[in-house]
Design a protein around this ligand. Structure first.
Ligand code: KG4
Ligand code: ZN
Length: 338
């Protein structure tokens, strides 16, 4: 059987990415980040779409070059249709429609959240893959979901956040501590030298498998304001312990519902995905829980945790095999159901 080569395109937020997939192996996965948002403390949609516009062709060209293929070798193109920022999604979608038309190849419109989950099926050597059904905790800057994954394309969200996403909880807490955007990785770095039990922050009481993080942010804000009244250098002097305690609280909140879902659905195949799954504290906590509860856990490689086109390409491959193609009337969508 002939090899299948798929070009993946991701542009849902502030990273422009293109990847070349050959069967289940990634030949290239190029990501152009956007520094411009740092000074604004968050992603500015208008600036993001403009940067995607500038980056998309160079990023695709370098992905094709690095993969060592010709663009004529590509069998199909997969792109993120949503969810995400509409102006950003439109760039990747329009590019893909044009590419599909010019090259006369089919295209697959991929749900970004499916992509995060299916990043687990990218071939990276010896790594064993989750077996169905499994639970995937998808934690990113825009989403926090517990997904029941019955098949490659059969997914059901059984719990999600009612306000902020886990990544937002990291980034907003980081902002209160004076870190630039995105602050999640910086909290992670400082937390390694801090005491996670030093400070206590409020944890939400939410029904079923749902999450809430806005109360945590408020509780951190009030706590910091109170401390800074007594000692203006409080944050600087306690930075590592603050980071460790905030990170510990977020992880406890995430794990509580994941454990509840795993127990009630009697599933021991547990995966994590999304940008926050790069967090070293969460990765450790998941491993520790796996030992305790006899879970089999699956954690993607770092480069497939945050937004990337490799995960879109692999999802596109499963759609390609089923003949799930989009036609030229397809449009990007900010909100998409699982
Ligand atoms: O999946 P992703 O790249 O983009 C979205 O789809 O949102 O996730 C980005 C989020 C940001 O909130 C970022 O702060 C967070 O993932 N993040 C982390 C770490 N690395 C990325 N949060 C905590 N610790 C990390 N090491
Ligand atoms: Zn994402």
């Amino acid at each position: 059987k002939k090899d299948t080569i798929i070009l993946g395109i991701e542009s849902s937020c502030d990273d422009t990415s293109a990847a070349v997939l050959k069967n289940t192996a990634i030949l290239s996965n190029i990501i152009a980040g956007q520094k411009i948002h740092e000074e604004y403390g968050g992603v500015v949609p208008e600036l993001a779409s403009r940067a995607h516009q500038q980056n998309i062709i160079p990023v695709v060209e370098s992905a094709i070059k690095k993969a060592g293929i010709r663009k004529e070798d590509i069998d199909a193109i997969a792109f993120t249709k949503g969810p995400g920022l509409l102006g950003s999604l439109v760039v990747g979608t329009s590019f893909s429609k044009a590419f599909s038309l010019a090259m006369n190849i089919p295209m697959m419109d991929v749900n970004h959240m499916h992509g995060h989950v299916l990043a687990h099926f990218i071939d990276d050597g010896d790594k064993n893959k989750p077996s169905f059904p499994f639970l995937c905790l998808t934690v990113s800057g825009g989403h926090t979901q517990i997904v029941l994954v019955k098949d490659y394309l059969g997914m059901q969200v059984i719990g999600s956040t009612i306000d902020d996403a886990a990544g937002e909880a990291f980034d907003k807490s980081a902002k209160l501590l004076g870190f630039p955007y995105p602050g999640g990785p910086l909290i992670d770095r400082h937390a390694r030298n801090g005491n996670p039990k030093r400070f206590e922050f409020s944890k939400p009481q939410i029904k079923e498998y749902d999450y809430s993080f806005s109360g945590l942010k408020t509780s951190i804000l009030y706590f910091l304001q109170k401390q800074e009244k007594e000692n203006p250098d409080f944050i600087r002097e306690n930075l590592d312990d603050l980071c460790a305690s905030i990170q510990h609280t977020i992880i406890e909140i995430l794990l509580k519902k994941l454990k509840k879902a795993a127990k009630e659905l009697n599933i021991k195949e547990i995966a994590i995905a999304g940008g926050v799954s790069a967090n070293s504290g969460l990765r450790k906590a998941i491993e520790a829980t796996a030992n305790e509860l006899k879970w089999n856990t699956y954690i993607p490689k770092f480069e497939y945790c945050t937004d990337n086109a490799a995960m879109i390409a692999i999802t596109g491959k499963y759609m390609y095999e089923k003949g799930l193609f989009a036609d030229q009337s397809i449009a990007a969508k900010a909100r998409v159901e699982m």
